[in-house]
Design a protein around this ligand. Structure first.
Ligand code: PXG
Length: 479
């Protein structure tokens, strides 16, 4: 099947049945905003300020486009929140959910019970994941996935009789979710500040952010190696007998699409093996094709012991997360009695059925291969050609269909803007006006479009990004 979005089988925006229409009546933008302000607390938001300005109300979507309640057509450069890998409106996923809801809308996987969708999903994931990943545990989100990772890591070392191995090492400016465990694992200071308490025994090392943090004349490779070696220093400080695991996103997503140089992950892996420490790849953003490989750790060439999955697992059509266990970890968990962890919706049949339909689409339509050989290289080249020598672009990171554009006061001197974030916000606002969704993390502008995007749509995103970045430079008086 062709990848051109106009040729695939989308759900037609059908006329809703009369009763459904009554239940979900259309309102004016002003009415939506007033009700939203009156009753809805948004995630990660300053609600007072948001309520005064009013939210954008998204009402429908198809392919790589969204429509708001004023009928503006917006191109989605972020695949929702890094998740809508197969694009919006895929009928195969809607049908899978509909069929499963009629057949078996819920049953649990506790108490010696299972069901066909979760069985099919597990077998399919084992087929698609690298060879040693044959077992999967399910949850509802990436945050719960990383909570599960902590539980598995702890249980693993208990089964090995190494009870002192309790510390988990993570990175500053990493993102691993917003539950207490996810937020503690993550290295976002502004999240740590608002936590009532943190999970014990989690410590952070510095991130491999070359543009922002490399000093002197280090090459990107030398800098990445030095940052990886902080792991060894931290292990020696804590004592290898006390360290259970290292966790990292193969590339940091929410932290700004930070792509470490090729020296980073092999060194991290070497250190983990040397000191007998589990290596966890948080694949919540990188998984399911984003870099052109099925999993981002394959792009960077290392072999983790555990992988955290969510987002692209269902392309965001329904919530689902999972943890994949390397055979050696799975064996220890399977052969050593009870694993006391689970959620009502672990392996939810509707989510599992949607995940199966989604993964089959990614596999059978060869979407991941196309990202690797065609649309990914096209996107990366287009960005680099368009912004070569741009007065406020300091760096372009990324592979496949994910990219970070560093806004900088002096690109050649790697000088960032003072008041980190203000310029990113200006640029993000120009994107809004231009009907492009592009996310800002500080002064890095991020793109992660649906993986079904075609070249014309890539051209549209890059042209709109150029408009927004040019307008930002102009507002700053830089040309
Ligand atoms: N790990 C990674 C690497 C993530 O990016 C999570 C775990 C947590 O997943 P859940 O499903 O619990 O949200 C994430 C989530 C942003 C943004 O603004 C990124 C995420 C979530 C919300 C916003 O970039 N990533």
């Amino acid at each position: 099947m062709s990848y051109r979005t106009e040729e695939v089988a989308y759900v037609q925006p059908a006329q809703p049945a009369a009763s459904a229409q009554a239940a979900q009546q259309k309102r004016s933008t002003a009415e939506y905003r007033a009700l939203d302000a009156a009753h809805h607390i948004h995630p990660f938001s300053d609600m007072g300020s948001l309520n005064r300005s009013g939210s954008r109300v998204i009402v429908k979507a198809q392919g790589v486009y969204l429509w708001d309640s004023d009928d503006n057509k917006i191109i989605d450069g972020m695949a929702g929140l890094w998740c809508v890998n197969v694009g919006y409106g895929r009928k195969e996923l809607a049908d899978a959910a509909y069929r499963q809801m009629q057949e078996l809308p819920f049953y649990n996987t506790f108490f010696k019970t299972t069901h066909p969708p979760v069985i099919e999903l597990s077998a399919l994931l084992a087929e698609l994941a690298p060879e040693p990943f044959n077992h999967f545990f399910y949850c509802n989100s990436g945050s719960e996935g990383n909570d599960t990772v902590l539980r598995i890591v702890h249980q693993y070392w208990a089964t090995q009789g190494k009870h002192s191995k309790k510390f988990v090492i993570s990175r500053k400016n990493g993102y691993h979710g917003s539950t207490i465990a996810g937020g503690t694992l993550g290295g976002m200071g502004y999240m740590h500040e608002q936590m009532p308490s943190k999970v014990e025994n989690i410590v952070h090392i510095d991130q491999p952010y070359f543009f922002g943090e490399a000093e002197g004349n280090l090459t990107p490779e030398e800098f990445a190696l030095a940052r990886a070696q902080q792991l060894e220093a931290k292990i020696l400080e804590i004592g290898a007998d006390n360290v259970a695991a290292f966790i990292g996103e193969p590339f940091q997503g929410a932290g700004g699409v930070i792509f470490p140089a090729s020296t980073y992950w092999p060194e991290i892996q070497r250190i983990c093996r040397k000191y007998d420490i589990l290596l966890v790849a948080d694949e919540v953003i990188g998984g399911f094709g984003r870099t052109g490989e099925w999993f981002a750790h394959q792009h960077f060439g290392f072999e983790p012991d555990l992988i955290t999955l969510a987002k692209g697992l269902t392309s965001g059509y329904v919530p689902m997360g999972a943890v994949g266990l390397h055979d050696r970890v799975a064996k220890a968990i399977i052969e050593n009695g009870d694993f006391n962890h689970g959620l009502t919706y672990s392996g939810h049949p509707v989510a599992a059925a949607v995940a199966v339909a989604n993964l089959k689409l990614l596999r059978d339509d060869k979407i991941v291969e196309r990202v690797k050989t065609d649309t990914g290289p096209y996107f990366q080249k287009k960005l680099r050609d368009t912004f070569a020598n741009h007065p406020i672009i300091g760096e372009i990171s990324g592979a496949g269909l994910v990219a970070g554009l560093q806004l900088a006061e002096d690109p050649k001197a790697r000088k960032r803007f003072a008041n980190g974030g203000e310029v990113g916000t200006i640029c993000r606002d120009f994107c809004f006006k231009g009907n492009l969704i592009m996310r800002a993390t500080g002064d890095r502008m991020l793109l992660s479009p649906p993986l079904v995007i075609n070249k014309l749509e890539i051209d549209e995103i890059v042209a709109k990004a150029k408009y927004a970045i040019d307008a930002t430079a102009q507002q700053l008086g830089i040309s």
